[in-house]
Design a protein around this ligand. Structure first.
Ligand SMILES: C[S@@+](CC[C@H](N)C(=O)[O-])C[C@H]1O[C@@H](n2cnc3c(N)ncnc32)[C@H](O)[C@@H]1O
Length: 297
């Protein structure tokens, strides 16, 4: 007999309760789902055991859900080190941010930003990545395709103060207490999922994000095969995928096997930050985007 941990949530859902929005971002990250993570969660099954998020990024769904038992992972080492510090050593996380913010705010901003970026590119590390994510232009952490270097210029905004960041760390630290973090490719993490677990996949957008996340190339077919195996074992899988964009409907070309997904829901994501960054001031009115959310049950 399966020991369902989320019966209370099921009862709450039956009584019209849903997980409320949680709009406090810890990191800025391209593809961040903070504004509508609660809408994604509203589609989770009423009963499930563990929550698994193998493309963690800035962890919007994880933070909003605040699960009792979860596994979260990403391929990017310095990013995962930020998450490990959040869970195990939040004081260091706060110090990493405050020391860079103080340098940045008391000197020549652009120059200090470039120094921090150079330090990250010389030796990728969580402290520099954390500050760059909060201070870079449009919150779009980008990596050059040819050498993998972080390339985003300094943002025009003032990054949040250390006090404000500390409060976010305290909030998020509570929310990830039940989560194990790993630096890993998605396949072994999903391979450990068991019947009754829920996996939410938010992979790099195939068409628009190939140069992001450390210039990794991404193989959607391998992910789809892994999802099929999870489904066969009785795991519930949700997959977010690039939604409608004005540049044409390339969704039809994705190699999604017939019958893998039982349902599809469109989730509104507002305007695309990546497009805003690329178009640099051009007309943006047609850049409203939606995500497709595909569900295996
Ligand atoms: C679209 S982002 C996830 C955004 C996240 N939902 C959020 O709210 O910020 C995709 C993430 O997948 C990670 N990634 C790319 N290739 C991967 C792989 N093969 N295995 C695991 N993670 C990978 C990237 O480092 C990136 O953080």
């Amino acid at each position: 007999m399966q020991n369902w941990l989320f019966d209370i949530k099921r009862l709450q859902q039956e009584q019209g309760y849903t997980i409320p929005p949680f709009h406090v971002q810890l990191l800025k990250w391209i593809g961040n789902k903070q504004r509508f993570a609660h809408e994604i969660i509203a589609n989770f099954p009423a009963n499930y055991s563990r929550y698994i998020e193998p493309f963690l990024g800035s962890g919007a769904v994880l933070g909003t859900l605040s699960p009792e038992r979860a596994v979260a992972s990403d391929l990017m080492r310095p990013l995962v080190d930020i998450w490990l510090a959040l869970k195990n050593d939040p004081k260091s996380l706060k110090k990493w941010y405050a020391s860079r913010w103080q340098r940045f705010s008391s000197g020549e901003r652009q120059e200090i930003y470039e120094q921090i970026k150079a330090s990250y590119n010389h030796e990728p590390n969580p402290g520099d990545l954390l500050f760059l994510s909060r201070a870079c232009y449009g919150g779009v952490v980008r990596f050059r395709q040819d050498d993998g270097f972080m390339s985003t210029p300094c943002g025009v905004h003032q990054p949040i103060s250390p006090d404000s960041f500390d409060r976010r760390v305290d909030l998020w630290h509570e929310r990830v207490k039940g989560t194990e973090f790993h630096c890993s490719d998605f396949e072994p993490i999903m391979g450990h999922a068991e019947e009754g677990d829920v996996i939410y996949c938010d992979p790099p957008y195939v068409h628009s994000q190939t140069i992001l996340y450390g210039a990794q190339s991404f193989d959607l077919e391998r992910l789809l095969k892994t999802i099929a195996k999870c489904k066969d074992r009785g795991v519930f899988v949700l997959l977010s995928i690039d939604g409608t964009k004005k540049s044409g409907n390339y969704l039809c070309n994705l190699p999604i096997p017939d019958g893998l997904f039982a349902r599809e829901i469109m989730v509104n994501c507002g305007r695309s930050m990546l497009k805003r960054f690329q178009m640099a001031g051009e007309e943006l009115s047609s850049e409203l985007v939606s995500d497709r959310l595909l569900l295996t049950w």
